[in-house]
Write a protein that binds this ligand. Structure first.
Ligand code: UDX
Ligand code: UDX
Length: 464
């Protein structure tokens, strides 16, 4: 079967970039991305490419090339489903905030809604592809809904988790380490569906990098790949405190252990803690699945990765408070960076949110400059924690569009995101305009300690 038309439900950080690249590389396939959020669709269609709802380096060029040719963004979900031979589900799967599994399990209500909508609309056979990260066995539920509420047409379910990392998504999509496709290879129809999706990717991905597995392996691999990555960060972050206590330097340790080719150098960058929409959610999900199966030791093992991450954030905030003479009430602490990493406007689960919350609890004034995250997003992030009223948050958390203005008269600056531009600032000028002693808490260890100390700053990195 040759695929001629694809629909993707969910025009988010995953659906948008992924479909843009699929369309770019397959000019003969019509790709329509739909979303319940019509504003988001309008933004995807904006002539001004700087208005795209997602900031991702290189995305604008790909959208410019394919949009209107074979890439479309639309709010007409039903029409796009009806037309497509293959439908990707790329909606969000947040951690449940209610009921059984609250705080741990993935909330599958949006995925279920998609399945029901597909079933209602489809009058021809469809291949349904899980793109969202889902707990193992979700495909069974989707199949069940489709088969029981559908109009008797055949649905083949595939799992095709996305491994792109925000900030480098376009490169990750263009030259992926691997593409993973899970499906039912025990039936002819299942095999045909797997092959149809393999062919879509084979337009640009070498065959040997396209891995096919059974559907459960595919679902579980996504969760566990993220758990392994996050585990490395928690491992190095755990060593940061040990380094501080012993005089070792965590960056030297990371370099030394990373040069062992069995360990490798990636994901050993010490930080204020990992953020992003995936790591926390996927590990909690893994923990929940293990617990549900009665595998308590397995659950506890992975849960520790999260506990270490929470601890690292707390430790960073407490260090700021302690260093500023254990009293930060009324003091101004400037955050450089709010996004969970550089080169994205995404702030989901960013360590900055939690650290701001802890400092505001102590009545500090937090001023934030981030090159891409909006003020409205920052307020929404902090309000989401439910720690205090929206008015109080507005009072304590301010956004500045100019870093130098933000730092004027501040007591301390904390680096929360590793944006490259922070390294290029005129730190002498910043120092001159800050309260003395002027403190830098470098949560990403990106600034030059020696230079800052020569200027007169009290510099605190992590892990040395
Ligand atoms: C999502 C999932 O959160 C993640 O688990 C998975 O790995 C990839 O897809 P992301 O693309 O980052 O991640 O989420 P988000 O940016 O929130 O985009 C989801 C989009 O789906 C939103 O634009 C939302 O409006 C849309 N949506 C949600 C629908 O169109 N229909 C729904 O029923 C629910
Ligand atoms: C992650 C996975 O990398 C990706 O494969 C998956 O599809 C989705 O989840 P993402 O969340 O976009 O991608 O970003 P990632 O680069 O993994 O960073 C996650 C967090 O870890 C960030 O807050 C980052 O700053 C932090 N991090 C990363 C560290 O603290 N140290 C490191 O060495 C690497």
């Amino acid at each position: 079967m040759k695929i001629k038309s694809i629909c993707c439900i969910g025009a988010g950080y995953v659906g948008g970039p992924t479909m843009s690249v699929i369309a770019q590389k397959n000019p003969n396939i019509k790709v329509t991305v739909v979303d319940l959020n019509s504003q988001r669709i309008c933004d995807w269609n904006d002539k001004d490419l700087t208005k795209l709802p997602i900031y991702e380096p290189g995305l604008d060029e790909v959208v410019a090339e394919a949009r209107g040719r074979n890439l479309f963004f639309s709010s007409d979900v039903d029409a796009a489903i009806a037309e497509a031979q293959m439908i990707f589900i790329s909606v969000n799967t947040p951690t449940k905030t209610y009921g059984a599994g609250k705080g741990m399990a993935a909330d599958l209500k949006y995925v279920e809604l998609c399945a029901r909508q597909i079933a209602k609309v489809a009058t021809s056979h469809k291949i349904v592809v899980e793109k969202s990260t889902l707990p193992v066995k979700t495909a069974e539920a989707i199949q069940n809904i489709l088969d029981n509420t559908g109009k008797g047409v055949d649905f083949q379910i595939l799992s095709n988790p996305e491994f792109l990392s925000e900030g480098t998504a376009m490169r990750d999509l263009a030259v992926p380490d691997r593409v993973l496709i899970g499906g039912d290879s025990t039936t002819d129809k299942g095999q045909e569906a797997i092959q149809a999706l393999v062919d879509v990717y084979a337009s640009w991905v070498p065959k040997e990098n396209i891995l096919t597995t059974n559907i459960w392996s595919s679902e579980l691999s996504k969760l566990t790949a993220n758990a392994f990555l996050a585990q490395r960060i928690s491992s190095i972050n755990s060593l940061s405190e040990l380094c501080e206590a012993t005089g070792a330097n965590v960056q030297e340790v990371a370099k030394a252990i990373g040069m062992d080719s069995r360990i490798g150098p990636k994901f050993l960058q010490v930080s204020v803690g990992f953020g992003g929409s995936c790591f926390q959610k996927d590990i909690m999900n893994l923990v929940y699945i293990a617990k549900s199966l009665g595998l308590n030791e397995v659950a506890d093992y992975w849960h520790q990765v999260i506990l270490m991450n929470n601890y690292q954030r707390d430790r960073f905030a407490k260090n700021i408070i302690k260093t500023l003479y254990s009293t930060i009430s009324g003091k101004t602490i400037v955050f450089l960076g709010w996004a969970f990493k550089k080169d994205t406007n995404d702030s989901r689960e960013s360590a900055a949110i939690y650290i701001a919350d802890l400092l505001i609890d102590e009545q500090a004034k937090v001023k934030v400059y981030d090159p891409k995250v909006t003020s409205a997003q920052m307020q929404s992030d902090i309000n989401h924690l439910d720690s205090r009223s929206e008015d109080e948050n507005k009072n304590y958390l301010k956004t500045e569009n100019d870093p130098y203005a933000a730092l004027q008269g501040a007591h301390a600056v904390a680096i929360l995101t590793e944006w490259d531009e922070f390294k290029k600032y005129d730190w002498q000028r910043i120092y001159d305009n800050m309260q003395k002693p002027a403190f830098v808490f470098d949560g990403r260890n990106i600034l030059n300690r020696e230079v800052l100390e020569t200027i007169g700053f009290v510099y605190k990195g992590i892990g040395s």
